[in-house]
Design a protein around this ligand. Structure first.
Ligand SMILES: Cc1cc2nc3c(=O)[nH]c(=O)nc-3n(C[C@H](O)[C@H](O)[C@H](O)COP(=O)(O)OP(=O)(O)OC[C@H]3O[C@@H](n4cnc5c(N)ncnc54)[C@H](O)[C@@H]3O)c2cc1C
Length: 382
């Protein structure tokens, strides 16, 4: 019997598998697709914190700021000393997976977990491997199987409450400004979230996401801004932006998108996924060594990831829920305040894509008038 089965070979699962194998545990990893990293469903924008976990050759661009466009076409430009990197996401996933297999993880591709159940002495994973159905057994399982996790469904029985739907194209149009991402706000191009255009070297990634709506319809409006857009490929998918109430159970942990450990304001889940994977490996290491895989023992996993990002994700979700209600009129009012020089200085100094609540708190403290536009958005025409 294996020590651990990891379901899913995205960044969260591969990092957890790598960290456990490095400690000498036997790890089997299942990936339903025939190639790790494909299909790509991502813009690939991450902070440099990710590079502390993974050495990667997949960086295709580095940006130092953002242009944010408001519904009246008002624009603020944020500039940061720290760079944010744009990854070629399939290459990045292969790099993390390479760390795992290099450490001894047995990766099985074309292997889809169909059903998971607890036995008295282990976890059974019913798997379709190519065309064969197999019952695999392990002492514990990590559900790293993304937004529609089967591990979550079978062992945790809970749904993610807040999910964003994203639609993105890879465009042959090269953005002139390669040093800034573009963010678009307003009801014409998104329902309750935002749209973006990210410079990715020779191409650009243009997309929009919405809460409780189909973002594809909004994309057509967004695309008017890109007259020469030559679409090379289309991608998209759900992004779970609220965390499950419990991410651990007897013999089982959920990491990354499977647990909704994703940044609510940006929909970014690569950093948080890898971070949660690293904590899952530490918790399981202690539990496996003591042969105590009880729910009580594995609670340490949730304590660990929450101590680093739990408060941030909680506050960001509250902010996101308020943000989703802001009207075009109120966005313009926010723009009039935020674009003042002293506030732009605060954004440049405090802004952090992994910890955005800090900049929101700093701005609100300095400008209490922001609160009334956030809490009581007004529906007047522009
Ligand atoms: C359009 C879009 C743009 C995004 N842009 C960014 C961004 O710029 N920056 C950022 O940080 N995040 C971004 N995200 C979010 C990011 O892609 C995810 O948060 C991240 O991939 C989560 O990693 P994960 O390992 O938890 O899950 P995933 O990367 O989803 O990996 C899950 C893996 O499990 C496999 N799997 C699923 N079910 C099974 C099964 N039953 N059996 C076997 N294998 C299975 C899947 O094939 C997949 O390989 C974006 C998402 C979308 C949709």
């Amino acid at each position: 019997m294996q020590d651990v089965i990891v379901v899913g070979a995205g960044p969260a699962g591969s990092y957890a598998a790598y960290a456990l194998a490095k400690k000498g545990f036997t790890v089997k990893q299942l990936e339903e697709h025939q190639e790790v990293g494909k299909p790509v469903e991502c813009t690939g924008l991450v902070s440099k914190r990710v590079l502390k976990f993974v050495k990667t050759g997949s960086i295709i661009n580095k940006v130092h700021g953002a242009h944010v466009y408001f519904p009246n076409d008002g624009k603020i430009s944020i500039s940061k000393a720290d760079e944010t990197v744009v990854l070629e996401r399939d290459e990045f996933d292969k790099d993390v997976s390479g760390m795992a297999t290099g450490a001894g993880v047995e990766l099985i591709i074309n292997a889809k977990a169909l059903a998971i159940r607890r036995d008295p002495d282990g976890i059974m994973v019913r798997t379709r491997c190519n065309r064969d159905i197999q019952e695999l057994k392990a002492r514990a399982v990590i559900g790293a199987d993304g937004a529609n996790s089967i591990v979550r469904k079978d062992l945790f029985g809970e749904r993610i409450k807040r999910v964003v739907s994203a639609y993105q194209v890879e465009s042959a149009e090269q953005l002139e400004d390669q040093d800034n991402v573009n963010v678009y706000l307003g009801s014409a191009i998104t329902k309750g979230y935002f749209a973006w255009a990210t410079p990715a070297g020779d191409t650009s990634r243009i997309g929009t996401a919405s809460i409780g709506g189909t973002s594809r319809n909004y994309f057509h409006e967004l695309n008017r801004r890109f007259r020469n857009n030559k679409i090379l490929s289309i991608t998209g998918g759900p992004i779970p932006i609220s965390t499950l109430s419990k991410t651990y159970g007897e013999r089982a942990l959920l990491v990354g998108d499977a647990a909704g450990i994703v940044k609510p304001l940006s929909g970014g889940g690569i950093y948080t996924g890898i971070l949660s994977g690293s904590k899952a490996a530490i918790a399981l290491e202690h539990a496996l060594e003591r042969n105590d895989l009880s729910e009580k023992k594995l609670k340490s996993y949730e304590k660990m990831w929450k101590s680093e990002i739990g408060t941030e994700l909680k506050i960001d979700l509250m902010i996101q829920k308020l943000f989703a209600r802001i009207t075009d009129y109120s966005f313009v009012k926010l723009y009039e305040i935020i674009s003042r020089e002293e506030n732009m200085e605060v954004i440049g100094r405090v802004g952090d894509i992994d910890f955005p609540s800090r900049v929101v708190a700093s701005l609100v403290l300095r400008n209490p008038a922001l609160l009334s536009h956030i809490l009581f958005p007004r529906r007047l025409s522009l």
